[in-house]
Design a protein around this ligand. Structure first.
Ligand SMILES: C[S@@+](CC[C@H](N)C(=O)[O-])C[C@H]1O[C@@H](n2cnc3c(N)ncnc32)[C@H](O)[C@@H]1O
Length: 216
């Protein structure tokens, strides 16, 4: 088997994993579901970006974040996800508001965007990239796509969280290890911890970091 076919099979499996999860569960049943993503909203508002800023929720799934940002007045919003089922679920719950949002289905480790964004938001996506090569590709995409002085808000499992999320292994980060991973072109502006309660009552500790691009 060529290296190319090995990686295509891996990507397909990753996509079908997520499609299956979103087909089998309602948004409220998902372990990472948040009715009100308070810390994310606070960090986004703290960037002081205007309502016309271009904001992308990478691996946004069926999160309520975009709907809540739209209700606040932000109007250049994009949701990106590998899973068509996830995007479909999000569109259903937004009903007619879905037409005001841009939706992109793709793999963040390889997608080529045709525009730049002022804010790249990622909750619980980067931490699934357990291979150094995939992290490198993600960061290449980020660096290509984030505007000069753009903001990068990322949330991952912290070292005290379980080693798996959605049945898949994850890399757990502190603000320091994230800074090391993403490089010195990004300055850490703020970090927050969150004890997320899953629908089954378990608590998972997340680390949230707000980075600002300083060069590149
Ligand atoms: C744990 S969920 C988090 C969803 C959302 N960010 C939230 O906080 O509710 C991870 C999401 O990342 C998406 N995802 C996983 N790997 C991806 C990839 N390589 N490219 C784009 N999206 C991906 C999944 O489909 C899923 O929606």
């Amino acid at each position: 088997m060529s290296i190319f076919s090995f990686f295509s099979i891996f990507r397909k499996n990753n996509k079908s994993h997520w499609d299956k999860i979103y087909s089998a569960h309602s948004s409220e049943q998902l372990g990472w579901h948040q009715e009100y993503p308070e810390i994310s909203l606070e960090l986004i508002v703290d960037t002081k970006l205007g309502f016309d800023a271009h904001i992308i929720d990478v691996g946004g799934g069926s999160s309520r974040l975009t709907e809540l940002l739209f209700e606040k007045g932000y109007h250049n919003l994009t949701v990106f996800d590998i899973s068509r089922q996830a995007l479909h679920a999000a569109q259903q719950s937004l009903a007619e508001k879905a037409e005001e949002i841009a939706w992109i289905e793709g793999d963040i480790t390889s997608y080529i965007f045709d525009q730049q964004y002022d804010l790249w938001y990622d909750r619980a996506v980067f931490h699934f990239l357990t291979k150094a090569d995939d992290r490198l590709k993600y960061l290449e995409t980020l660096n290509r796509t984030l505007s000069t002085n753009g903001h990068f808000i990322i949330s991952t499992f912290s070292p005290e969280a379980p080693p798996k999320c959605s049945g898949l292994p994850v890399v757990r980060y502190t603000p320091e290890s994230l800074q090391k991973e993403i490089g010195s072109e990004f300055e850490l502006i703020n970090s927050r911890d969150e004890f997320h309660q899953t629908p089954t009552g378990t608590k998972q500790k997340f680390t949230y970091c707000h980075f600002k691009r300083t060069s590149g």
